[in-house]
Design a protein around this ligand. Structure first.
Ligand SMILES: Nc1ncnc2c1ncn2[C@@H]1O[C@H](COP(=O)(O)OP(=O)(O)O)[C@@H](O)[C@H]1O
Ligand SMILES: [Mg+2]
Length: 248
């Protein structure tokens, strides 16, 4: 089957003064794929999301979403084209209800599909998808950690993305909450939403990803199917450690 590229990251670099956070990163994402992105702390994962989502410009290189260059676009414009991300630290609006948190995000929804849906339709759909119907009126900060992460996902989904980028969405969650979020990520594929999944927990990444990209110190180290990447000697050495390799 011919696969269509949804996202094409071409030779992207990002420097902060003398720090090269990203050095010539290239990879692509096919429509309907879950791509795992792993790498040690400081590897450049969040910076990559910041650059793709328009929060900061790349120093060089180009990012193309469905044939359109994202160069120079603001986050709301990237969101309207269908790419959204979640934040590593909670970004919920304190003092506001679940509904209002998600509704705000729905105002920046992408223009590419479901055009007859109102912002309220999108909000309701995203809240239902995240299983938060019972918490619609709850104020954000009164929710459990697991529920707050689900609001993060609902906020992202309210914009009707075709690409969702999750940044360490499992951090701090117990096993049951992690599992329900992993199932949610897998379910997105069935709805035609592609995912770039940044996660510290390598086992979870290997479970949900069709392919995995490994970066370290801003450079791409390896790319391939989860089982290939887990066996790549350079990955084992730099990141996964001998213990993971022995058990797989
Ligand atoms: N806004 C920033 N200003 C300066 N340096 C930054 C900024 N954001 C990230 N960095 C640096 O870029 C590198 C990559 O960071 P980051 O993308 O957060 O890594 P990861 O998400 O993989 O842990 C680190 O050295 C970090 O200190
Ligand atoms: Mg990060």
């Amino acid at each position: 089957m011919e696969q269509t590229k949804l996202l094409d990251v071409r030779d992207v670099s990002k420097a902060f003064g003398g720090i090269k956070a990203l050095s010539g990163i290239s990879f692509h994402l096919y429509e309907g794929e879950v791509l795992g992105l792993i790498g040690p702390n400081g590897a450049g994962k969040s910076t990559l999301f910041n650059v793709i989502s328009g929060l900061m410009p790349a120093t060089s290189g180009e990012i193309v979403l469905s044939g359109r260059s994202l160069t120079g676009l603001r986050p709301d414009q990237v969101s309207e084209l269908g790419a959204v991300r979640t934040f590593q630290s909670a970004s919920l609006l304190i003092g506001m209800s679940v509904w209002d948190n998600v509704h705000v995000a729905s105002l920046f929804r992408s223009k590419w599909h479901r055009t007859s849906e109102t912002a309220a339709d999108c909000t309701a759909r995203a809240i239902a998808y995240a299983g938060l119907q019972d918490r619609v009126h709850s104020v954000a900060e009164t929710l459990t950690m697991g529920e707050q992460k689900r609001v993060e996902i609902a906020r992202a989904l309210a914009s009707s993305p075709r690409l969702l980028m999750t940044d360490e969405i499992l951090a701090g969650l117990n096993a049951a909450d992690s599992e329900s979020i992993l199932q949610m990520v897998l379910g997105l594929k069935g709805d035609g939403i592609s995912v770039i999944f940044v996660e510290h927990d390598v086992r979870s990444v290997m479970r949900v990803s069709d392919r995995v990209v490994v970066i370290a110190q801003g450079k791409k180290l390896a790319e391939g199917k989860p089982e290939e990447v887990a066996r790549a000697p350079e990955v084992i050495e730099v990141y996964l450690g001998g213990r993971y390799a022995q058990h797989h």
